[in-house]
Design a protein around this ligand. Sequence first.
Ligand SMILES: [Zn+2]
Length: 297
Amino acid sequence: MKAALAGADGTLLHEARRPTGRERGPADVVETILGFATELRDLGRERFGSTAVAAGVAVPGIVDEAAGIAVYAANLGWRDVPMRELLSRRLGGVPVALGHDVRTGGLAEGRIGAGRDTDRFLFVPLGTGIAGAIGIGGGIEAGAHGSAGEIGHIVVRPGGRECGCRQRGCLETVASAAAVGRDWAAVCGDPAAGAADCARAVESGDRRAREVWQHAVDALADGLVTALTLLDPRTLIIGGGLAEAGDTLFAPLREAVRRRVTFQRLPSIVPAALGDAAGCLGAGLLAWDLLSTEVTA
Ligand SMILES: [Zn+2]
């Protein structure tokens, strides 16, 4: 997990990382979060002479942002953790915001990253899975049940590979960094090969790698065109491990999307700007939002 102390102007004053400790179970993960936040608060007080006035935390899985509850996370094993209340109590009653990791990362990309000055965007990180955040007018659309933007589970190859969500042929089974890595490992015969290795092989002109890569790019374009047909975003912000391939991804992806659209307006397709710090920066923005809401209320 990543944590930071952020100044009023968004400056990062201090950054830190540590393991979640998830192998010890969900209660330990929650305690690690609370302890990490407390240490950061104390460090801020020592170093800057004033204590943190609010906190933001972003977690994966299903998140009820309005209620401040971390509902479910398969990889962390928790259910219905009242994160906002727990953290606020530990930090002496300061206001705390709870966000969903990808939506919070999307908020940061929208306000201070690749979507700055864009009123409508879709942020799609391509990592172990594929998720999405729908940016509208400075905020992120969470949906009625907190699951808007799950573009990774749009079925792009009906009857295809089984997905963790129990559908078949979901976008993330074909075009996530994990899927590309697995496909390339099977083709090149090195079980340790990943998506970055596939990208390098594409760049060196390997024909088999180009096939694996194009297979993923085509699926990704199918999913993105479905999304842009529904949402009409001005900008598509693509992040995560696969986006680190740069033009090796963006050149064929722009072309594949352009070939598919007919009446739809083509959005600009750009790399994310904040890397894996996006969620952490977004959590800071959520915290500042709490304070500005209090002032105006
Ligand atoms: Zn799925």
